[in-house]
Design a protein around this ligand. Structure first.
Ligand SMILES: Nc1ncnc2c1ncn2[C@@H]1O[C@H](COP(=O)(O)OP(=O)(O)OP(=O)(O)O)[C@@H](O)[C@H]1O
Ligand SMILES: [Mg+2]
Length: 287
C-alpha cells in the first residue's frame, strides 16, 4: 500500500486576479512503512502538499491516491482517507480544547466509535509511546504542560487513533534539541514496531539526515528531488540550488575528505560518524 500523487497542481484563489500556483505537476510515491522527509525552502509548498494527503485541500488538477482510493470530497471517501492519514500541525497546542489530557487524546478514538475499553487502552499506549507517564499526565489539563509535553500530547492523539500514515508538519519547531531527538526516536521505534508510515516536514536538515531514509525536496511548488536522503545530501550543488543547507555530519565528512581522508564514514548523524571515525582510527592502529 502507498500514497501516490499523480501530476498534482494546486492553485490558491484559482480564477481570481491573485491566483497562485502553489503546487506544479507533483508526482510522488510514498511507501507504507517508510520514514520520509519533506523539505524545501519556506514557501516551497510543503504545508500545501501535506494538506492534500487527508483531504483538507483537493488538487486543482491531478489525483491524490491513498491506498488505491482517489481522495475526493465524497463523504465516505473522505472518512476512509482520514481514518488512514493523520496530520499533526506545526502548533498543535493551538487546537487543544479538552479539560484533561485523557479527554484530548481520547477524542479522536471516540469519534471513530472505539468502545470504552479500547479507548482506555489506546490512550494509555499512545501516551507511553510518546514518553509521557499516563498515571501522571492523563488527569492534568493540556494547558498545564510545557511546550514539549504539549507537542507529545498532540502526537499521542494521532497515534491513539491507529492511523497508518502519520504526517507531522514541523512537529519539533520550538523544542530543544534533546526533546526533538526524543520525539523523533519514539516515532522511529513506533514505525519499527507497528509499521506506520511517518511523513515529516522539517527545516532541520540534521534531523532529516538522521531519521528519514527517503526525502522529497520541493522547490517553488515542484519536486526537485525524491529518493534516498543520502543521495540528496551527497549532491551539495543540488542542496544549495534548492536553498537548503547540508547537515552538520555531511559538512564534516566533506571537510575530512577535502583533507584527503579515505575513511569510510556513516554520514547520517554526527554522533554515528564520530563513532565510525573512532573505529576507523583504531583499525588503522591508532587509539
Ligand atoms: N491560503 C493561501 N492563499 C494564498 N496563497 C497561499 C495560501 N497559503 C499558502 N499560500 C502560498 O503558497 C505558497 C506555499 O505555501 P506553503 O505554506 O505550502 O509553504 P511551506 O513550504 O509550507 O512554507 P514554510 O516552510 O514557511 O512553512 C506560499 O507562497 C504561500 O504564500
Ligand atoms: Mg509550512
Amino acid at each position: 500500500m502507498s500514497i501516490d500523487l499523480k501530476n498534482v497542481d494546486y492553485v490558491y484563489d484559482s480564477g481570481e486576479p491573485f491566483e497562485y500556483f502553489a503546487l506544479r505537476g507533483i508526482s510522488l510515491h510514498i511507501d507504507e512503512g517508510a520514514f520520509v522527509g519533506i523539505v524545501g525552502r519556506t514557501g516551497s509548498g510543503k504545508s500545501t502538499l501535506v494538506e492534500h494527503l487527508n483531504g483538507l485541500l483537493f488538487p486543482t488538477h491531478g489525483d491524490v491516491v491513498v491506498d488505491d482510493e482517489i481522495v475526493s470530497g465524497d463523504r465516505k471517501v473522505l472518512a476512509k482517507v482520514r481514518r488512514r492519514v493523520g496530520i499533526v500541525f506545526q502548533y498543535p497546542e493551538d487546537q487543544f480544547f479538552a479539560e484533561t489530557i485523557f479527554e484530548e487524546v481520547a477524542f479522536g478514538c471516540r469519534n471513530y466509535g472505539f468502545g470504552k475499553e479500547q479507548v482506555d487502552d489506546s490512550v494509555h499506549r499512545a501516551m507511553k509511546t510518546v514518553g509521557l507517564d499516563p498515571d501522571r499526565f492523563l488527569s492534568l489539563s493540556p494547558f498545564q504542560l510545557s511546550g514539549g509535553e504539549q507537542r507529545r500530547v498532540a502526537i499521542a492523539s494521532i497515534i491513539a487513533m491507529g492511523q497508518k500514515y502519520i504526517v507531522l508538519d514541523e512537529p519539533t519547531a520550538g523544542l530543544d534539541s534533546g526533546s526533538k531527538l526524543a520525539v523523533l526516536a519514539e516515532l522511529e521505534s513506533l514505525r519499527q514496531t507497528t509499521h506506520v508510515t511517518v511523513i515529516l516536514v522539517s527545516h532541520n536538515m540534521d534531523e532529516v539526515a538522521e531519521f528519514c531514509k527517503q526525502v522529497i525536496v520541493l522547490d517553488d511548488g515542484a519536486v526537485a528531488f525524491q529518493g534516498p536522503t543520502d543521495t540528496f545530501f551527497t549532491d551539495a550543488a543540488l542542496v544549495d540550488r534548492t536553498g537548503l543547507e547540508l547537515p552538520e555530519s555531511y559538512r564534516l565528512a566533506r571537510a575530512l575528505k577535502a583533507c584527503g581522508s579515505i575513511l569510510t564514514l556513516n554520514e547520517a548523524s554526527t554522533e554515528r560518524m564520530l563513532e565510525s571515525l573512532k573505529l576507523s582510527v583504531s583499525d588503522l592502529g591508532g587509539t
